[in-house]
Structure formats: C-alpha cells, structure tokens
Design a protein around this ligand. Structure first.
Ligand code: DX5
Ligand code: ZN
Length: 217
C-alpha cells in the first residue's frame, strides 16, 4: 500500500540555521527532508553540496534524507553523498547518457534511487527507468528556484504513471501547497515536496497534516 509522505524542501528557509529549521520541520511532522542540490550549470542557481549535507546528518541521525540532484554530472556525487548519509539520491535524467549505470551505482552505494524530469521532458523518457528505480519525480516548476507557480499541465504525467504503475512512488516538486495539493492527489502523487508553503506557514504542523490528509483521504 502506498503511503502519503510529506518532504519539505528547506531551500527557502533560513539556511544560516539549517539544522534548527530542519529539526523544526521534523518535529512538526515532516516524513522526510528534501535537500535541493544545485550546481549552477544544470540549473542557473547554486545551493549546497555533500559537505553541508554531512554536517546536517551529524546532528540529525534518524530522518530520511532525499537529495534532489539538479546537477550536470550526477554520477560524480554518488559516493560523497552516500558517505554524507543520504538515503535517497534523486537525479535528473536529462544530462545523463547512461541512466542505468547511474541507478546501479546509487544502489551499490546503499541509497534508494529517484529519477527526475523537468517540465519539458516527456514522461516516456522516464518511464523507461521505472523498474530500475524506487521513485519518479515529476517537476511541477522549472528547477532552480523555490516559490514559483505550480504547473498544472504536468499532472497528465503523474496520472499516466499512476494509471500504469499503481504501486510506484511518485513525487511532485514545485509550487505545491494547500492551494495545489488536491490537484496532485487526484492525479496520483504520493510523495509531496513543499517548500515555501510549509516554511512560510503560520502553523507548520497543521500545514503538513493538511497536505498529508489531502493525499491520504
Ligand atoms: C526547485 C526545487 C524545489 C523547490 C520547492 O528547483 O527543486 O524543491 O525549491 O519549493 P517551492 O515549494 O517553494 O516551489
Ligand atoms: Zn527539489
């Protein structure tokens, strides 16, 4: 049975307090942490890499860490991220020539595999890898920045995957919050990334609950 899981993105939090912000999200009911890694090349922005993830892990030892690798060479960071204590390595397939090889290497290093596509990439491109990965991420904004508008047209991809793979973990990321969650739930997403909507909420715990209940029913 598929569980509804809420993974807040800390991208738009106060990163000078990365640990405090992360712990607060977990205390408020986050099921996992979605860590946005950007290289300034695959996307026009920079965030942080494995040294910071490792520091965060040293203070938080019991939470599930997913790194969303918005990088041109995802293969390069598999070993460092595994060493930093990452549980799931989600990477974009667009810049990768041998996706199977990257998936294999991630598993070899003890992490779960997520495969991600940008809004412009057809779902058929990622469907090829459904049976060698643990999760598919359908982006609902152009990757690079938090706080963008949710792209509803991406729900056709989620719906297609859900219709054909009833047990697949499908994640949505970008512009997801109380205003757009029903749309995601209806299409069949069960792993929900939410950045600004959760970080900026008056009541984080209530917002996380609301998101989870909207998916769970
Ligand atoms: C975008 C990132 C997302 C984003 C989520 O490149 O991958 O994780 O920061 O933030 P919101 O929910 O504000 O769009
Ligand atoms: Zn992300």
């Amino acid at each position: 049975n598929l569980r509804a899981l809420i993974g807040p993105s800390i991208l738009n939090s106060d990163l000078s307090k990365l640990y405090e912000e992360s712990q607060k999200l977990l205390d408020n009911g986050a099921d996992y942490l979605h860590l946005d890694v950007m290289d300034g090349h695959f996307v026009p922005n920079l965030t942080f890499g494995h040294p910071i993830v490792k520091c965060l892990r040293s203070k938080i030892n019991n939470a599930f860490f997913e790194t969303h690798m918005m990088v041109s060479n995802p293969e390069q960071w598999i070993v460092p991220m595994a060493d930093a204590g990452v549980n799931q390595y989600t990477f974009h397939i667009e810049p990768v020539t041998n996706v199977e090889e990257v998936c294999r290497k991630i598993k070899e290093n003890g992490m779960k595999v997520g495969v991600a596509i940008k809004p412009g990439t057809p779902v058929a491109e990622v469907e090829k890898y459904v049976n060698i990965s643990d999760m598919v991420l359908i982006m609902t904004v152009e990757p690079g920045f938090g706080g963008q508008k949710f792209m509803e047209d991406q729900m056709a991809k989620v719906q297609y995957l859900r219709d054909n793979y009833p047990l697949l973990d499908i994640e949505v990321d970008g512009g997801v919050g109380p205003a757009t969650i029903d749309c995601c739930a209806k299409a069949g997403a069960n792993m929900i990334v939410s950045g600004t909507a959760v970080i900026g909420a008056q009541d984080q715990s209530a917002t996380i609950k609301l998101l989870r209940n909207s998916v769970q029913e």
